[in-house]
Design a binder for this molecule. Structure first.
Ligand SMILES: C[S@@+](CC[C@H](N)C(=O)[O-])C[C@H]1O[C@@H](n2cnc3c(N)ncnc32)[C@H](O)[C@@H]1O
Length: 255
């Protein structure tokens, strides 16, 4: 995914032979075979949908005319959402890692994307096959966002990217670390305390609750299975923690 060809320029300057591929050169990583078994791969994928490439940086029609396919279909920057992007990114990651010779390395340049207070981190979500050898922090200078002024600077701007280096020590059986998204219900989380469980119930309710209502919300969950006197435990928790407020007879709220 060499885009404008920076990688190619650097390789030329350093006399490193290479093969330079991109959608804009008629190569679709999602559907086409990587043309060789590589010693090293430097990969600079899109940053999710932060910057759109096909039909923005180059004309889709030119690729259609020249190579006979529409680059917008499998352009990673046009994935329908973050989860779809991560799925495609990881397909490409494992495909390229498979194309490495044993002993080879993959260098992946990537960044994080913050939108509406949520961080979309490529580094966190990317599949990490083989041996993780290094995470290099690359400072970002002269970004478009540097010149932007914000009315509210109540955040830490992102001013770095990462280069992740993974090495292929085995040819056939390869360890892969992947992020799995799941959910936990605090009522089934035995490592949480009773204070935190009761506080969560009251916070979720957004109003004072009678003891009976608190009991109903936890009954049957794993936290109760670990203590047969759980009702007494809840009453004791409410009385001894300053984060709770006694509103009326048997009625409690968060302080
Ligand atoms: C971050 S840019 C690379 C920038 C490049 N390092 C440069 O110096 O311009 C990502 C590139 O990924 C390419 N790309 C996106 N999806 C692709 C796919 N399925 N197959 C091949 N290239 C793809 C885009 O065309 C874009 O040029």
């Amino acid at each position: 995914m060499v885009g404008g060809g920076t990688t190619e320029d650097v390789c030329r300057a350093k006399q490193i032979p290479g093969t330079f591929l991109d959608l804009n050169r008629g190569f679709d990583m999602m559907t086409m075979d990587i043309p060789e078994r590589a010693e090293n791969i430097f990969w600079h994928p899109p940053y999710g949908g932060m910057i759109i490439y096909s039909d923005k940086m180059y004309k889709a029609q030119d690729i259609i005319n020249q190579y006979g396919f529409d680059p917008r279909v499998n352009d990673l920057s046009r994935a329908k959402d973050w989860d779809d992007f991560v799925k495609k990114m990881n397909y490409c990651m494992l495909k390229q890692f498979s194309a490495l010779e044993k002993g080879g390395r993959m260098f992946v340049l990537m960044g994080d994307w913050k939108q509406k207070g949520k961080l979309y981190s490529m580094l966190c979500d990317i599949a990490k096959p083989g041996t993780l050898e290094q995470i290099i922090i690359k400072m970002e200078h002269n970004c478009v966002s540097d010149s932007r002024s914000y009315s509210n600077m109540n955040f830490v701007p992102i001013s770095h990217e990462y280069v992740m280096v993974v090495r292929k020590d085995a040819a056939m059986i390869i360890p892969v670390a992947m992020t799995r998204k799941t959910e936990m219900d605090v009522r089934d989380c035995v490592s949480g305390t009773w204070r935190d469980l009761v506080a969560a119930i009251l916070e979720e309710a957004h109003k004072p609750l009678a003891l009976k209502e608190i009991y109903q919300r936890v009954d049957g969950h794993k936290k109760c299975a670990s203590n047969q006197h759980w009702r007494e435990k809840i009453r004791q928790t409410l009385q001894k923690n300053t984060c709770f407020r006694h509103v009326a007879e048997g009625v409690w709220a968060v302080a």
